[in-house]
Design a protein around this ligand. Structure first.
Ligand code: GTP
Ligand code: MG
Length: 459
């Protein structure tokens, strides 16, 4: 995308490809109203260029006068639109052939196809929203669970940027004082005032560290995690997979080695978006298809965030320990030991060696005993004990990196008490710069391109 030029007019289909009752095309830029006006015939003969805001029904015509489709137009003049520019939304019938024909006509009249996220990028560049809000727009669209949706809603409402502006304003006040000291070097620096400023910086730093601590949970809630169900054959992995999904998805049978190719499904566990993988039972085998399945199971183990290691309560054996040992040797992942089939044996014996390998939970995929506790344990293991109740969470990697840099700068000021006022001022300016990358004020064109290129076209 790379261009900051906002003098041209962009267009894109905003609704998903496929069949729908309506399909929406957005046009934004200085010529949007005149371009659409030249293709549009209003039912009532109204001119769409007149009013600041309006809704018009009519049709889009080819140059020959042939009707392409009946449409409704939403016209929003700058700055009262999503992008802050003149915007026209064309609501046509949701057929891609119709929508593409309209796009072709718009291109002929001088519009160009928008890049990924370009409408939102323009909204940001025109000061309608800051960078955290622009990113929240994408998060809103992509959110897979209610919890992730709540978090992105908070960010869209500006909660994160408000917090960052609070930090910046605080730092700016201290910086102004330090700059005054630099301007009048002959005056002696009052010791208490200096200490007061440093303790204010310490308070900001501690608050920043609390915010930074939310970044892992924020990332998990936004991106989700991979969870692999593994263990010996026949212990009930596929049965637990089906129970968690509440769907008869995987084949279950009394014959060991039932699952070959691994299966995966998306679900929400305690508000966390999860990709759950059922794998082939791990054992030594010469059978080529089963061996391939076991290879894939190991790949699932490697790519997972959390491993659910299933044991059969009626048959806990040395083999389970050996497998756990092998998993530990190959990967360093959190493991939950799921002792399944407790309906057949309510008091299975576990030796200390096994107990030490992970948190233990007891289930029956047949009677559903312990399933709720099992689900809660998974959520707690991923998110930690504390529920995320606060709506201010860092969820993007670059936000985390910038905040870490700002923290480092403040830490330098506090740690090195012998720093000259000039060096403290330098660190504070660096901290402000890093914080500005989160809200977008100091974000470079490269960073903006990376952020907006992950958007879909039309947003
Ligand atoms: N009684 C009882 N039987 C269970 C339970 N969970 C699974 N089973 C039975 O155990 C057998 C194996 O279950 P699966 O879910 O296919 O086991 P698996 O671990 O996926 O087996 P593989 O795919 O062969 O590795 C089936 O007959 C299930 O009905 C349980 O909690 N209680
Ligand atoms: Mg199975």
């Amino acid at each position: 995308m790379g261009c900051r030029s906002r003098n041209d007019t962009i267009t894109a289909i905003c609704t998903p490809a496929g069949i729908g009752a309506i399909g929406i095309i957005r046009v934004s830029g200085p010529d949007s109203i005149s371009i659409v006006s030249s293709l549009f015939r209003s039912c009532s003969g109204q001119n769409i260029t007149q009013k600041k805001w309006g809704m018009y029904s009519g049709c889009i015509l080819e140059e020959t006068g042939k009707i392409v489709d009946d449409v409704i137009l939403l016209v929003m003049k700058s700055p009262h639109s999503y992008t802050g520019e003149d915007v026209v939304e064309i609501h046509a019938h949701g057929n891609m052939l119709i929508l593409r024909s309209i796009i072709e006509l718009l291109l002929k009249k001088g519009a160009r196809i928008a890049g990924p996220g370009e409408f939102t990028k323009r909204a940001f560049l025109n000061g309608k929203i800051d960078l955290t809000q622009a990113e929240a727009v994408l998060d809103q669209i992509m959110a897979k669970t209610k919890k992730s949706l709540e978090l992105s809603r908070g960010m869209l409402d500006g909660h994160l940027s408000k917090k960052i502006y609070e930090y910046s304003n605080h730092i700016k006040t201290i910086l102004a004082w330090i700059e005054a000291i630099i301007d009048f070097p002959e005056e002696e620096i009052p010791k208490e005032l200096w200490q007061q400023s440093m303790s204010q910086l310490r308070a900001i730093l501690e608050d920043m560290e609390r915010l930074l601590a939310t970044s892992e949970k924020g990332r998990i809630l936004r991106e989700g995690v991979v969870i692999a169900i593994v263990g010996k054959p026949n212990v009930g992995k596929s049965s637990l997979f089906n129970t968690l999904l509440q769907e008869n998805r995987a084949i279950v049978s009394p014959y060991p080695g039932t699952t070959r190719d691994h299966l995966e499904e998306y679900m929400s566990l305690g508000g966390v978006p999860v990709r759950l993988i059922d794998t082939a039972g791990l054992r030594k085998t010469t059978e080529p298809i089963e061996r391939e399945g076991i290879e894939r199971a190991w790949k699932a183990i490697e790519s997972s965030y959390l491993i659910l290691f299933v044991l059969d309560a009626t048959n806990i054996a040395e083999e389970d320990k050996k497998l756990l040992q092998e998993i530990e040797e190959r990967v360093n992942k959190t493991i939950i030991l799921v002792v399944n089939k407790v309906d057949l044996n309510a008091n299975p014996e576990l030796d200390d060696d096994l107990i030490s390998k992970g948190t233990i939970t007891y289930t029956s995929a047949t009677t559903n005993k312990g399933i709720l506790e099992f689900e809660n344990l998974i959520a707690k293991t991923i998110l930690g004990e504390q529920e995320i109740s606060e709506d201010i969470v860092l969820s993007h990697e670059h936000q985390k990196n910038s905040l870490e840099r700002a923290i480092q700068c403040l830490d330098n000021c506090i740690q090195f008490s012998e720093l000259t006022p000039e060096l403290v001022a330098f660190e504070l300016r660096e901290a402000l710069n890093a914080l500005g990358e989160i809200t977008g004020e100091t974000a470079t064109e490269d960073l903006l391109d990376i952020i907006f290129s992950s958007f879909c076209i039309g947003k």
